[in-house]
Design a protein around this ligand. Structure first.
Ligand SMILES: [Zn+2]
Length: 299
């Protein structure tokens, strides 16, 4: 199951306690669902649990029979719940203060009673038209709204509850979206998907550890490359001296080190220093190697 489906299932599993909030959630599902007018009231969803909530709340809050449920085989399999009877549709529209013949569908704020109703409405809207991308791939939460003014009303409501969202148009729909991972986590928690929010935080943590490790490995291998390169230059310099003027041409304190480097190209500077008689420090070795390189340079 996709991350989005899991999130919706989690939200769908719990209903708000208060009746006003349940009605607000249903209102969100109706208005942001597939259709909400006199000709058609329907919800289309990939998630059976979401359609179940719609079917559960409609008869209880609007006094109509349970909606008709169909399975639609499209690109994906969809559950469709719709109200086939015109009189029942009218009853539902009136229950939420709509005529069903509005030119432009707007959010009717009269359906928000208590402090919790906005959250409930947003839960319903997310169930009906929301999606959240798997955090393994990207951070993106969106509501896909078919009506422009309704998308503006949603944007305003989200802003009021401290979720500033952005909008973009995609194939005739108005997308209201949030990108920042922390905002998405907060929004998921707000909508009642705590498990999804925690999962997202977990994925983020693993990703950041993975990135840190990769960065460190890259850094280490770059250092190893540098060491290998430096050693190769030293060996080359010593060979050049040996083949031209002979190692005996070097000042005495450099001769032993040059021979040692030639015999042990893999030895670290510290070990080279320890192998000398008398032993010298790592930086002492480094200094003498620089002098050997300079000597070879002049040849
Ligand atoms: Zn309420």
């Amino acid at each position: 199951m996709s991350f989005s489906s899991e999130t919706k299932k989690e939200i769908a599993a719990a209903l708000p306690d208060k009746v006003c909030c349940r009605a607000a959630q249903l209102y969100g599902m109706l208005e942001f669902g597939h259709a909400f007018d006199r000709e058609e009231i329907s919800l289309q969803t990939e998630q059976e649990a979401v359609a179940d909530v719609y079917d559960h709340l409609l008869p209880r809050l609007c006094g109509i029979p349970a909606p008709q449920r169909d399975t639609l085989r499209r690109r994906v399999t969809l559950q469709q719940s719709r109200i086939p009877d015109a009189a029942h549709r009218q009853k539902v529209l009136e229950r939420f203060g709509h005529s069903g013949s509005e030119i432009s569908l707007r959010l009717n704020r009269a359906n928000l009673d208590c402090d919790g109703c906005a959250r409930a409405l947003l839960r319903g809207a997310f169930l009906a038209c929301g999606a959240v991308t798997d955090p393994e791939h990207d951070y993106h939460l969106e509501f896909s709204v078919p009506h422009y003014n309704l998308s503006r009303d949603l944007l305003a409501l989200l802003r009021e509850v401290d979720f500033p969202a952005k909008t973009v148009t995609r194939s005739g729909s108005y997308i209201v979206y949030i990108k920042e991972s922390e905002r998405i986590e907060d929004c998921l928690t707000y909508l009642g998907a705590q498990k999804a929010a925690l999962e997202m935080m977990g994925v983020k943590m693993v990703k950041s550890i993975r990135n840190d490790t990769n960065r460190r490995i890259n850094c280490e291998s770059a250092n190893i490359d540098k060491t290998v390169q430096a050693t190769a230059l030293q060996v080359e310099a010593v060979r050049k001296i040996e083949e031209t003027v002979g190692l005996s041409a070097l000042p005495p304190e450099l001769q032993a080190l040059a021979q040692l480097r030639l015999d042990n190209p893999d030895m670290s500077l510290r070990d080279l220093g320890a192998a000398l008689e008398p032993p010298i420090s790592r930086s002492g070795v480094n200094h003498r190697l620089q002098r050997i390189l300079a000597f070879a340079e002049k040849l």
